[in-house]
Design a protein around this ligand. Sequence first.
Ligand code: FES
Length: 114
Amino acid sequence: MGNVVFLGMKLFDRVQVEVAKDVYGSLLELARAHNVPLPCDCLQGHCGACAVKVAPLRTETGMIRLSPRERYLLFAAGKISRTQYHADTLPDHPPLWRLACEYQVADEKIMVAF
Ligand code: FES
């Protein structure tokens, strides 16, 4: 079971969501299902409006892999460096910018800031 905590200026308080394995989807879909007002526009990984910071709720650093589309859009928006753009994998600490409509929620505990 996953656990996602949303923090944002547009929220009165944090929103914590437990995610069952059979309902995994995108982070944006999860936010919408729980009335979390993540910014978005295209819903298809083209505009970059849904960029959010994602951090794992654990102490050790893991490695993540961005899809080519997410990597390109985050680089074009200035959210990741050229070095990060060319890296095969990236450490998940400090929190990285991710596209909520591309990020697929898994069995993990994460914090999402927007
Ligand atoms: S809503 Fe456009 S990239 Fe996610």
